[in-house]
Design a binder for this molecule. Structure first.
Ligand SMILES: NC(=O)c1ccc[n+]([C@@H]2O[C@H](COP(=O)([O-])OP(=O)(O)OC[C@H]3O[C@@H](n4cnc5c(N)ncnc54)[C@H](OP(=O)(O)O)[C@@H]3O)[C@@H](O)[C@H]2O)c1
Length: 325
C-alpha cells in the first residue's frame, strides 16, 4: 500500500484553477473552507433560495447558482447527498466545461451507476475517512484526516494529479492518502455503515441497555455501563490498536471480553455480515437509497422520531442535563 503525504504531492495542478463545490452541508462546508484557506479559488454552487448561501458568504466564500458555478469551474465536486446525484448530474452536465474534472467524496454514485459521466471529463474520488466537522477542525489545528483517492476516468491525462492536489488542498495528505477505487470505497463504506460502526454498534448498545433494564438494573446505570463507556474504548483503540486496548484494561475486563465477545459476535453474525456485503455488491442498498429519496424518506423520518421517544434517549437526556448543571 502506498501512503502519500504532502511532500509527495505537487500542488500545481490546482494553481490558477477554479473549484466549484456543489452543496454546503457536512462535507461541502469543510472542503470549501479548507480549499479557501489553502489558497484555492473556490465557488460554492447552491440551488436558488438556498438557506446555506448566507452562511457560506459569512464565512468568506463566494457563492453562485449551481449552473453558474459549474460553468465557471475547472473542477466540480459533487457534495450534495448521494441519492440526488443522478438528478444533480443531469442538471449540470450541459454546463460542465470540456475536459473539466468531476470529483466525488464517496464511490457510490459511480459504482452503482447513479452518474454516468460524459466521456471528455476526468472523474476522481477524494473520500476523507470521517465527517466534515472533523475534516475542518483537524485542518485548523494544522493536522489532516486520512483519505482514499481514485481515478475512474482520465480523459486529459491529469486526473491523478488533480485528485492528489485536491486531497492535499483539503488537508488529507497531512495524514495520508491511500489509493483505492470507487467500487472498493463504496462497497466497504456501505458495508461498515450497515454491519459495523453505524449499524451494528448502536444496535449492540441498545440491546445491552434493554437487557440490563429488563434484568432490573436502573436505566441510568444501564446507560452508563453500556453506552457511557463507548468513547473510552474508541479512544484506546485509536491510540493503541485493539491488542493495545486489551492490554490497557483491567484483567477483569479483559477476561470478560475474552469469554463474552465471541459468544455475542459468533459465526452466525459473521455469516450475516457476509450476506450484507453480498447484498451491497449486488446493488440492493443503492436501490433502497434511491427509493427512500423518491418517497421522501418515510423510513428515515419514522426511525428518527421513534428513537427520540425511547427510554434510552430519555435516560441520555436526563444524564446530559445533570452533566450540564
Ligand atoms: N457526511 C459526511 O461526513 C461524509 C463523509 C465522507 C463522505 N461524504 C460524502 O460527501 C457527499 C456529501 O455528503 P454530506 O453528508 O456532506 O451531504 P449533506 O450534508 O446532506 O449535503 C447538504 C447540502 O446538499 C445540498 N442539496 C441537497 N439537496 C440538493 C438538491 N436537490 N440540489 C442541490 N443541492 C442540494 C443542500 O443544499 P441547501 O443548502 O440548499 O439545503 C446542502 O447544501 C456524499 O457523497 C457523501 O457520501 C460525506
Amino acid at each position: 500500500m502506498e501512503m502519500l503525504r504532502d511532500a509527495d504531492i505537487d500542488p500545481a495542478p490546482l494553481v490558477g484553477k477554479r473549484v466549484a463545490i456543489l452543496g454546503y452541508g457536512n462535507q461541502g462546508r469543510a472542503q470549501a473552507l479548507n480549499l479557501k484557506d489553502s489558497g484555492i479559488d473556490v465557488v460554492v454552487g447552491l440551488r436558488g433560495g438556498s438557506g446555506s448561501a448566507f452562511e457560506a458568504e459569512a464565512a468568506g466564500l463566494t457563492t453562485d447558482l449551481i449552473e453558474e458555478a459549474v460553468r465557471s469551474a475547472d473542477v466540480v465536486m459533487m457534495l450534495a447527498p448521494d441519492e440526488i446525484h443522478a438528478a444533480l448530474y443531469g442538471e449540470i452536465e450541459p454546463f460542465l466545461r470540456e475536459g473539466a474534472a468531476l470529483g466525488f467524496s464517496h464511490g457510490l454514485s459511480i459504482r452503482f451507476g447513479f452518474v454516468k459521466p460524459r466521456g471528455d471529463l476526468d472523474v476522481f474520488m477524494l473520500a476523507p475517512k470521517g465527517p466534515g466537522t472533523a475534516l475542518r477542525s483537524l485542518y485548523q489545528q494544522g493536522k489532516g484526516m486520512i483519505g482514499l483517492w481514485a481515478v475512474e476516468q482520465d480523459s486529459t491525462g491529469n486526473a491523478r494529479a488533480i485528485a492528489l492536489a485536491y486531497g492535499r488542498a483539503i488537508g488529507c495528505s497531512r495524514a495520508g492518502l491511500i489509493a483505492s477505487t470507487f467500487a472498493e470505497e463504496a462497497e466497504a463504506d456501505l458495508f461498515n455503515e450497515q454491519a459495523v460502526v453505524w449499524g451494528g454498534v448502536p444496535e449492540l448498545l441498545i440491546a445491552g441497555f434493554d437487557t440490563l433494564v429488563a434484568g432490573g438494573v436502573s436505566p441510568e446505570v444501564a446507560y452508563l455501563e453500556c453506552i457511557g463507556e463507548l468513547h473510552l474504548i474508541a479512544e484506546l483503540i485509536e491510540a493503541r490498536g485493539i491488542a493495545g486496548m486489551k492490554e490497557a484494561i483491567s484483567n477483569t475486563a479483559e477476561l470478560g471480553a475474552l469469554l463474552g465477545g465471541k459468544r455475542i459476535i459468533d459465526a452466525d453474525v459473521r455469516r450475516r455480515m457476509a450476506e450484507v456485503l453480498a447484498e451491497v455488491r449486488a446493488g440492493r442498498f443503492a436501490e433502497e437509497l434511491r427509493e427512500e429519496e423518491r418517497s421522501s424518506y418515510p423510513r428515515l423520518e419514522q426511525a428518527r422520531s421513534e428513537a427520540r421517544e425511547t427510554l434510552l434517549n430519555q435516560t441520555f437526556r436526563k444524564l446530559d442535563d445533570t452533566r450540564r448543571d
